[in-house]
Design a protein around this ligand. Structure first.
Ligand SMILES: [Zn+2]
Length: 191
């Protein structure tokens, strides 16, 4: 069943009294009864956007802006990020989204499916993660405080850390750097 539409105007805030247990300590009244309260936002399904005044259906109880104004805010924030050139290889992600692209074709595909232009995508470049090196702290719980690693252990650990450097985590994290593929798309289009 669809929830009935409720706006702020539908909910008249009334005054009431509740009974609580209290004690008097040093002349001060101390309330002993936990008082439950809820936010009115939870019961409002439709709100007027604080930016443009349009009435919109809320997705979250704390939404105060319509989706158009929310995306405008997002674009403003996105455009404040530094612009970098895409190397054509690093993974890309949609700004503030969990959607990753690992090649240019999948971006084109996304645009086709969502009937949008590459130039209007809010893309950020991703950065690869690396394996952290293992140091002697790793063994801190197992050894006494004056413990020193053997020469052999030092050599093995160094070797292992070098090995870690050569291994890929195959894991990318979105960075705070944006890329604009408009020119890139033109070049692809022109062959
Ligand atoms: Zn709005």
């Amino acid at each position: 069943m669809e929830k009935a539409k409720v706006t702020r105007k539908d909910l008249e805030i009334k005054k009431g009294t509740i009974e609580v247990d209290f004690i008097i300590v040093d002349g001060k009244t101390v309330n002993l009864t936990p008082v439950n309260y809820q936010s009115i936002e939870k019961y409002i399904t439709h709100e007027e956007c604080i930016d443009c005044g349009t009435e919109f259906a809320k997705r979250f109880s704390y939404d105060r802006k319509c989706s158009v104004c929310q995306s405008l805010d997002e674009i403003v924030k996105y455009n404040e990020l530094p612009l970098v050139e895409w190397d054509g290889e690093s993974a890309l992600a949609l700004y503030n989204d969990d959607l990753y692209f690992f090649d240019y074709e999948s971006i084109e595909q996304y645009c086709e499916e969502h009937e949008t232009e590459i130039s209007s995508l809010l893309l950020v470049v991703c950065e690869r993660s690396y394996f952290g090196h293992i140091d002697y702290e790793h063994f801190a719980d197992n050894v006494h405080e004056d413990w020193e690693p053997s020469t052999e252990m030092k050599a093995k650990l160094e070797e292992f850390n070098k090995f870690l450097d050569s291994q890929s985590t195959e894991t990318w994290f979105p960075s705070k750097k944006r890329v604009d593929l408009t020119e890139f798309a033109k070049e692809v289009y022109n062959g």
